[in-house]
Design a protein around this ligand. Sequence first.
Ligand SMILES: [Zn+2]
Ligand SMILES: [Zn+2]
Length: 394
Amino acid sequence: MTNVADLKQRAIATIDALRADLIQISATLYAHPETAFQEFQAAALLCQTLEAHGFTVERGAGGLETAFRAEARGSGDGPTIALLAEYDALPELGHACGHNLIAASAIGAGLAVRSVLEQLPGRVVVIGTPAEEGGGGKLILLEKGVFADVDAAMMVHPASYTMTARPSLASNRLTIEFTGKAAHAAAAPEDGINALEAVLLTFNNVNALRLHLKPDARVHGIITHGGTAANIIPDYAAAEFSVRAAQQSYAQEVLQRVVQCAEAGGMATGAQLKYTIKPGYAEIIPNPTLSRLFTENWRAIGVEVHDPRPNERMGSTDMGNVSQALPALHPYIAIAPDGTGGHTLEFLAAAISPAGQEALLNAAKAMAMTTIDLLSSPEMMQQAKQDFAASKAS
Ligand SMILES: [Zn+2]
Ligand SMILES: [Zn+2]
């Protein structure tokens, strides 16, 4: 009989021994930020590291050049636990979402589990999932069957508050384009059809709609094309919206209302509307068993873990789609003072700070410990699957 506490101690010792290497990985990614689907250097570095530590690495998993799947086998049949690494950065802002820390924590957890895997059944896989910030790498990997044999998946995300069970918002991307007719804006405006006015009306209509949306709805957009010169009636204008809500069903409903806002803008101006909807990120289905195990492990190594507060601020993640397909966990690690928002310069600084690096090591330890729990206890694995089945049925 394997002593689980002993295995966990050895896994923790592995992470402590790799401390400098893991911090270096996060710093290297930070120094070379790569955006969605362009994460070539990051993927190469992570694959090399996993290979050097005995993982069998499949590069370009699911047909995505910057995705990968690295696998290590224990002794005998058992569940497959996936540790997910995100490593895409934001345009302009670099690693202001701290995905460099996500990647390093997944590698740390993978190597730690690998170091005790001869004592455990089953497999641990580290899956490199590109393009979380728009692009939805995990949706593509799910579709291509990369998760087909995975029993449970986990990752951690940097935040300003440590908690294991916060849900996320379902989200959809909407692009609207209006085509009008160019004309001299002073000499012959009556000959023109103003595509920009149609976009402005869309925004105004959305603002009129806001009061009547449920509190969890979020509609936010930017104008991506607004014309070429002030003295020409714009014949082309475009905008992008993100439409979110706690449940995908309501997010879809709001999305339809926003499309109507755009249609009304087109009708009022005479501009032709064309719109495209990108399949969005689903909301996270929390898994109580995985949350409980993770919280216990985090607390065992001295991390203070909080419950989500009422009215917790939420974003969206393609991990939501993973959690709709299998038992999954997406906890948050504090790397910045409470209240610091992601995608800001403050958060960017936190992603390379000593506090961020400490958080990454603690996250790696808790993930390794939770993976050991799941591989060593068929009962806990079964319970996580039952939670998943129950949430899908409700
Ligand atoms: Zn982000
Ligand atoms: Zn993020």
